[in-house]
Design a protein around this ligand. Structure first.
Ligand code: F6R
Length: 243
């Protein structure tokens, strides 16, 4: 596990973007696993800037996202499809035929998940997976549980997650209660993993997930077993650990 301490959110975003840029430069046809949420927004902004400055080229890149809400249209500005287009895809030269997310509009969960597993396998596997981490240790939408689920599956979002997501919706009732997510095995099969964490509110979970016991109650703790994980975090998120 490589821990990279940074000054603040801006610094974290720039350093995470450096790592992703290096991946794209070293392997122009790479597969990037991408995340949504607040934390990676600055990373995406830095990637867009680097693309505009001519330093990186997305034309050969394939992307697979971690998750998508179930029962939400692509046009809905809270869909992860919308988020990715808005924050990254529409600003760079990625071929949108090679940007993939689970199909949140597919009501049949088995069908949606089987299809997404097939899509990920067809890419040849993820070279670099970007992850944020939830306050309860979730990665993707793999919520605290008794087991680590292997592949794409449909999840009932936990109360903590629904409440954390409420800020993006008009009301609690509008927050989707289910989502499709990549499974833990698929995440662990990524050749490299890059975790971004920012803010004091993440300090406790950073300590628990990366320095506590490995348990499905804290799904991110499984990352301790991955051979190539880099955690880039700011001072506040690392305040309870020595970075
Ligand atoms: C998003 C995702 C989630 C987030 C996590 C942290 O695709 O899979 O696991 O990474 O909820 O979210 P933020 O960054 O908003 O704190």
């Amino acid at each position: 596990m490589r821990i990279i301490g940074t000054k603040d959110y801006e610094d974290m975003s720039r350093k995470a973007a450096n790592i992703i840029s290096a991946q794209i430069i070293m392997k122009p046809g790479c597969v990037l696993g991408l995340a949504t949420g607040s934390t990676p927004i600055g990373t995406y902004q830095n990637l867009v800037k680097r693309y505009q400055e001519g330093d990186i080229d997305f034309s050969g890149v394939t992307t697979v996202n971690l998750d998508e809400y179930k029962g939400i249209t692509k046009e809905n500005d809270q869909s992860y499809y919308y988020f990715m287009n808005h924050n990254l895809f529409s600003h760079v030269n990625v071929d949108t035929n090679r940007t993939f997310l689970p199909d949140g509009t597919e009501p049949d969960a088995d069908k949606a998940c089987e299809e997404y597993n097939r899509v990920i396998e067809a890419t040849g596997g993820v070279d670099l997976q970007l992850l944020g981490i939830g306050h309860n240790g979730h990665i993707g939408f793999n919520e605290p549980a008794d087991v680590f689920k292997k592949k794409c599956h449909c999840v009932e979002l936990s109360e903590t997650t629904i409440k954390a997501n409420q800020r993006f919706f008009a009301s609690y009732d509008d927050v989707p209660k289910q989502a499709y997510t990549m499974g833990i095995l698929t995440i662990m099969q990524a050749r490299k993993i890059l975790v971004v964490v920012s803010g004091e509110d993440k300090a406790a979970i950073v300590k628990e997930a990366f320095f506590g016991p490995i348990t499905p109650k804290v799904q991110a703790s499984v990352l301790q077993l991955h051979p190539d994980v880099t955690i880039v975090g700011d001072e506040a998120a690392f305040s309870l650990i020595k970075a």
